[in-house]
Design a protein around this ligand. Structure first.
Ligand SMILES: CC(C)(COP(=O)(O)OP(=O)(O)OC[C@H]1O[C@@H](n2cnc3c(N)ncnc32)[C@H](O)[C@@H]1OP(=O)(O)O)[C@@H](O)C(=O)NCCC(=O)NCCS
Length: 136
């Protein structure tokens, strides 16, 4: 497995994979069907095997407040539970740190217990619980 990086997902070789991953998240009820958190300007650490087949991605943005916020994290089903995300996340952390980030943030859907457990394993702590009320 190779771990790679692009400074901007728009126009990159990983963009098609990110679109697929976003669709899978929505289909599986792991993220909102109406909120799109990517616009093409995000950075991305991703993993490939064989002839550059993408198997995982962490798409994120680092902002002025020294936070690196993950927009989407995804590992293809047949590559899960083998440490792929742990390795990819280590690269993401190193790159975020080198850009001045002092904290990494992963906003999880409440139904998505898999990523919540993974976050705990990787040293994250629960920070806040957000309540929303629809007005229309
Ligand atoms: C969550 C996800 C990214 C984990 O990827 P992965 O490559 O399987 O994770 P790893 O094998 O690197 O596991 C890292 C740690 O998290 C734990 N972990 C991973 N998935 C877990 C799960 N579903 N339940 C409990 N623990 C889990 C592992 O046991 C491991 O801990 P350890 O190293 O101490 O044994 C992957 O399951 C996935 O893509 N899920 C669907 C997409 C998704 O939910 N994305 C998040 C949207 S915000």
């Amino acid at each position: 497995m190779k771990v790679r990086y692009v400074a901007q997902i728009g126009g990159s070789e990983v963009l098609a994979y990110v679109h697929m991953a976003w669709g899978a998240l929505m289909r599986d009820g792991l993220w909102s069907k109406t909120e799109m958190l990517i616009n093409g300007a995000e950075e991305c650490c991703y993993a490939t095997v064989g002839r550059d087949t993408v198997i995982a991605c962490i798409v994120y943005r680092t902002d002025e407040s020294k936070q690196a916020v993950i927009a989407i994290a995804y590992v293809s089903p047949k590559h899960r539970a083998k440490g792929v995300y742990r390795k990819l996340h280590a690269e993401f952390e190193a790159r975020a740190k080198s850009k001045g980030a002092v904290v990494v943030i992963n906003i999880c859907y409440p139904t998505n217990l898999g990523i919540q457990e993974t976050c705990k394993k990787l040293g994250y702590q629960l920070h806040s619980v957000e309540y929303r009320k629809k007005l229309q």
